[in-house]
Design a protein around this ligand. Structure first.
Ligand code: ZN
Length: 452
């Protein structure tokens, strides 16, 4: 009996060792698969890239939630079915572009003519991809022959980093990196889930003006205010306070929607500088925000009798009006207001685009050009996309816009919500602060629901 027990034990020990060894081998194999095998499709994809021609990337920029490329390339004469895509050999994401064929098989392309259109970064699924051009030709047996061409950086700009907007409490981080694979230049996109760093935000709000600069003023009873004496009757209302009230309300609504919101100021006593760290024209880019919303109220300097009233939304150059139009619709509906009848700089109902004129530029400031937006807030926030000028460059004691030559910026909008010196408009503004905030937030959400 004793002997038999011993044998049994031996068998159990033997079986256990066997199991254990199998487990170790399994773990090692799994590890090997994860580390090496997982990269095989990518490796074979990279090895399939043609080395006879590369695509020159001449310009690229992130503006808001969009990424755009411009470039040029020359392909073999018989190249057909040319498309731009993100690919890793297994998965392909086709990118819309405008392709122009020139002489001698030279091509030029841009992913969009608008800075706020193009590749929606929010929509790229997690994974690793390379930016390539694919051509599909057919051989004599009519089989598809696919070729891939990689991209080369022809700009002074380097890697990009992007955090997607918070959605259901989650974010992706996108790293866009210039690498080489066995001397082939590549642009690699890595999209991974992440937790948002403390100093990264989704949206920045700039309630215009501050404790020192009150902006426009009005008297609560619609009487005309005096520059020195203030209001003879009624109480003085400062634009800076109205802007802050709407701004704080807007922050609340956007946070209820799940967004992380930065503010240039949240207290009437705060002082804000334009280009200092955390300034009205720098905070959005300091915090990698996707949108930058400046809240203002207008005045035409007519006391309570301005014939102008209603909403004016100031936007950047080279943009489609998709989001601007939704802003106008939602604000007018939610705040029960109208768009402004002002004609100057008006490009669509309630939407305004003001460029510098030759007169404003004058002779002595060769620095400014007529493709620059007049309002610093819009021009300087958008970096290279909005032809930022590093405003302040000629004033030595004045902080300069550090992001002026950035190709990775927020998309700015400047709201003039209504005319404080139109009494009817003023009463609506005072009674409808929540409506204005609700309108702005709802518009942004509707736009994102259709884009993302
Ligand atoms: Zn203002």
């Amino acid at each position: 009996m004793k002997k038999r027990k011993k044998v049994k034990r031996k068998i159990i020990a033997y079986a256990l060792t066997l199991c254990f060894t199998a487990l170790i081998i399994g773990i090692l194999y799994l590890g090997y698969m994860l580390i090496f095998k997982n990269n095989e499709p990518q490796k074979s994809f990279l090895e399939s890239i043609e080395t006879t021609a590369y695509v020159d990337i001449d310009k690229y920029a992130i503006y808001g939630i969009h990424l755009n490329f411009e470039g040029t390339f020359t392909l073999p004469e018989d190249a057909e079915n040319i498309s731009l895509m993100l690919s890793n050999g297994e998965k392909q994401i086709k990118i819309n572009w405008e392709l122009t064929k020139k002489e001698n098989n030279q091509y030029s392309f841009k992913t969009s003519k608008y800075i706020n259109e193009g590749i929606v970064l929010e929509n790229i699924p997690q994974g690793e991809y390379y930016l390539v051009i694919e051509t599909i030709n057919h051989d004599e047996e009519k089989n598809e022959v696919k070729k891939y061409y990689s991209v080369e950086n022809n700009t002074e700009y380097e890697d990009l980093e992007y955090y997607t907007l918070t959605k259901n409490g989650k974010n992706n981080k996108i790293d866009i990196e210039w690498n080489t694979y066995e001397e082939i230049p590549t642009l690699k996109f890595t999209i991974k889930e992440t937790t948002l760093p403390d100093d990264v935000y989704d949206i920045t709000i700039d309630p215009g003006h501050d404790a020192v600069d009150g902006g426009m003023t009005a008297c609560s009873d619609g009487s005309t205010s005096d520059y020195y004496y203030g209001c003879y009757t009624g109480t003085m209302i400062r634009e800076s306070d109205l802007n802050l009230e709407v701004g704080l309300e807007l922050k609340k609504v956007l946070e209820d929607m799940g967004y992380k919101v930065a503010m240039t100021r949240d207290d009437p006593e705060d002082e804000v500088y334009i280009y200092e760290k955390g300034g009205s024209a720098t905070l959005a880019n300091d915090t990698k925000s996707k949108f930058s919303l400046a809240i203002h109220h207008n005045s035409s300097g007519m006391g309570g009798t301005s014939y102008l009233k209603g909403l004016e939304l100031y936007i950047a150059n080279d943009t489609n009006l998709d989001l601007a139009e939704i802003f106008v619709n939602e604000i007018t509906q939610n705040a029960n207001t109208t768009t402004s009848p002002k004609q100057e700089y008006n490009i669509a109902d309630g939407i305004y685009q003001r460029f510098f004129t030759l007169d404003e530029i004058g002779d002595d400031l060769g620095f400014w050009t007529t493709d620059m937006i007049y309002y610093y807030y819009i021009r300087e926030v958008g970096g290279i996309s909005t032809h930022a000028a590093q405003d302040g460059i000629y004033k030595p004691d004045y902080a300069k816009n550090e992001h002026y030559d950035s190709n990775n910026t927020a998309e700015p909008y400047l709201f003039e919500l209504g005319y404080m010196d139109n009494y009817e408009n003023l009463l609506n503004i005072l009674n409808n602060r929540t409506g204005y905030a609700q309108g702005i937030a709802t518009a942004l959400q509707k736009y994102l629901d259709q884009e993302v």
